[in-house]
Design a protein around this ligand. Structure first.
Ligand code: RUB
Length: 316
């Protein structure tokens, strides 16, 4: 029956919700993997039952985190390849679709890294926020080209993803200075680039990324430091072409302050938005696997990649 078959999907969904699996690219990869496992394990006896099962799995994955558009884009990619008139054909095509998606994701990140590395010169210092594998791909390629780099790494409260970035940068041979988020403006004078990732990019070129990115971008502009966003085209949100807004996830207040400490203060509200929106005028360039774009031209790329009609193949 459907029930126990969902175990793999449930596990992946839980990991995404708990941020064991986190970052837009990793979320997309895990979601495609979960659909693949569902397809492999399914004991559906009719094509209709198989399709219904996969759509239900997709809906369960979608409920985890609302902001990273790579998640619905991954599900779209795989479900659009769920084609055939027998369970076995459906299974084969879905499994192949997931493989293809993950291979493309990998290739896109490598290609993006090559584009981003062109911007980095020997001796440059970057400033990072949160933990982005697309950003790290740029740094990795630049290091392979023999460029010496240093980094000012914002810790990124409340979840401290900056520590992950610091660890990875050290592995890549980059000199790292870790700072608290509120020290960013002071250190912008020393930075040649602000280099951040994205969870979603809207049709107008707005960049949705970890909370604090927009303030960092405004400060960087004030200091004259270029703001570069490294984001594969899977981060483009096709729904924004028809005026939909990107939903900003709010997370539990216990990530900000533990309940006991909070009670000791008294009756206060605590808010914990996970992401914010950086308007296109504060973004100098968006680096993708297809090249570098000014934010204003993102809509053209979006139309080319998604066409006009966006489908939601997980709808019952
Ligand atoms: C992660 C975050 C990252 C983007 C890009 O937020 O904001 O900058 O997801 O990452 P969280 P990548 O930690 O809340 O998931 O380049 O790896 O897709």
């Amino acid at each position: 029956g459907t029930h126990d078959l969902d175990a793999a999907v449930e596990r992946v969904a839980e990991d995404i919700a708990a941020m064991e699996t986190r970052g837009a690219a990793a979320i997309a990869d895990a979601a495609a993997d979960a659909l693949q496992q569902q397809a492999t394990q399914s004991d559906a006896d009719t094509p209709e039952a198989f399709r219904a099962e996969l759509r239900a799995a997709a809906r369960q994955l979608l409920e985890t985190r609302p902001t990273a558009v790579s998640l619905p884009n991954a599900l779209r990619y795989v479900l659009q390849r769920m084609d055939g008139d027998s369970v076995e054909t459906l299974r084969r095509n879905t499994v192949a679709g997931a493989d293809e998606f993950r291979a493309r994701l990998d290739r896109a990140q490598t290609d993006l890294g090559r584009v981003g590395a062109n911007r980095l010169r020997d001796g440059d210092r970057i400033m990072t926020h949160c933990h982005s594998t697309d950003v790290l791909a740029c740094v990795e390629t630049a290091r392979e080209q023999g460029k010496e780099l240093s980094a000012i790494v914002k810790e990124t409260r409340p979840r401290n993803q900056g520590r992950l970035t610091a660890e990875r940068l050290v592995e890549l041979g980059v000199d790292v200075t870790l700072i608290v988020d509120s020290a960013a403006r002071r250190y912008l004078n020393d930075a040649d680039h602000v280099l951040v990732g994205a969870d979603a990019i809207a049709a107008d070129g707005s960049v949705v990324n970890k909370i604090g990115t927009s303030g960092l971008a405004v400060n960087a502009r004030d200091r004259g430091t270029p703001i570069v966003v490294a984001a594969q085209t899977i981060k483009l949100d096709p729904d924004t072409m028809t005026g939909n807004l990107v939903e900003i996830e709010t997370r539990d207040e216990s990530e900000v302050i533990d309940p006991e400490a909070r009670d000791a203060i008294g009756d206060i509200d605590v808010e914990n938005p996970a992401f914010d929106v950086t308007p296109p005028r504060y973004v100098d360039a968006i680096v993708t696997e297809r090249g570098q774009f000014p934010p204003e031209s993102i809509v053209t790329l979006m139309r080319e990649l998604f066409g006009e009609g966006i489908t939601d193949p997980w709808v019952e």
